[in-house]
Design a binder for this molecule. Structure first.
Ligand SMILES: C[S@@+](CC[C@H](N)C(=O)[O-])C[C@H]1O[C@@H](n2cnc3c(N)ncnc32)[C@H](O)[C@@H]1O
Length: 268
């Protein structure tokens, strides 16, 4: 069996139980940086006004029953592989949940991220949340499907008039090879598409040269397949990574040299 074939539901439940039993909350961690993350970012229950704005955008997508024909990138979608799909179904099946997007919002806010790169725009749900963080100056989001990229561009400009987001229509590999990045490195990167072992490791390698010591990278679906688990293990074990946090659905890595190398399963 290929390492990139996703786990079935039973395997995922088993993996989740294992994660849940071994995961820790604020009482299980001692490093001040991780304690600060859990208490001030993860467990921050404040209802930011921006959540409502981002949620309104998400809701409008969830109500849109028109169909579009999109290119399918295989491992990019767990739910529906057909080519003609309703916008509401794409929004429901492929976008990050509100809970995750709100957490990403708080991460960008707490760590004062200014420039954000997302691989996998889809309908722009996560990029919209991130662009609403006051300290974020710009969000560059990459989408391989031309139809999705165009729909997202027009949706974002019509619904929220959001000029902080730039949607680039490119395959991730082409983006890394051909896009001219400004001198500034990205403070926060979200890898949310093409969940294959070798591609994920390749993106990590490329992102390392586009980030700095205080950058943060979020990898989605780290337990989706044996290949993604292998990639996550190699990424968290990389010499440059000083802290890796496993939330089951996604993982976050930090490069801050002041931290002592550690890995935690965080109860989420
Ligand atoms: C899970 S969705 C992203 C969801 C989005 N981050 C959100 O929360 O709103 C993944 C997206 O990545 C795109 N994608 C997958 N593989 C790709 C590749 N190799 N190059 C470019 N885009 C790709 C898919 O078309 C899909 O729209």
């Amino acid at each position: 069996m290929s390492r990139d074939v996703p786990y079935n539901s039973f395997q995922l439940v088993g993996k989740y139980l294992n994660y849940y039993i071994n995961s820790v909350g604020k009482h299980g961690v001692h490093p001040p940086f991780v304690f600060d993350f859990i208490t001030k970012v993860l467990n921050n229950r404040r209802k930011y006004a921006e959540y409502k704005i981002a949620s309104t955008y998400f809701n409008s997508l969830l109500k849109n029953r028109s169909s579009i024909t999109i290119e399918d990138f295989g491992a990019g979608s767990r739910v529906n592989t057909s080519k003609s799909r309703k916008i509401c179904e794409i929004a429901k099946g492929s976008s990050q949940s509100r809970r995750n997007s709100e957490l990403f919002f708080r991460i960008a806010k707490h760590y004062n991220c200014r420039s954000v790169l997302e691989l996998g725009a889809c309908l722009g749900v996560t990029s919209n949340y991130l662009s609403l963080v006051p300290n974020v100056d710009h969000v560059l989001t990459v989408e391989g499907s031309t139809t999705l990229a165009n729909v997202t561009k027009s949706y974002l400009s019509k619904q929220v008039g959001n000029s902080k987001i730039k949607v680039v229509n490119a395959l991730f590999d082409d983006f890394f090879d051909n896009y001219t990045h400004s001198d500034n490195k990205y403070d926060l990167c979200v890898v949310d598409g093409n969940h294959k072992y070798s591609s994920t490791l390749n993106y990590f390698k490329k992102l390392k040269s586009l980030t700095h010591q205080n950058s943060i990278i979020i990898f989605d679906d780290i337990h989706w397949s044996p290949g993604m688990e292998m990639a996550w293990k190699e990424i968290s074990g990389d010499d440059a990574v000083t802290l890796s946090l496993d939330f089951f659905r996604f993982g976050i890595v930090f490069f801050n040299e002041k931290l002592t190398k550690q890995h935690f399963l965080i109860r989420y």
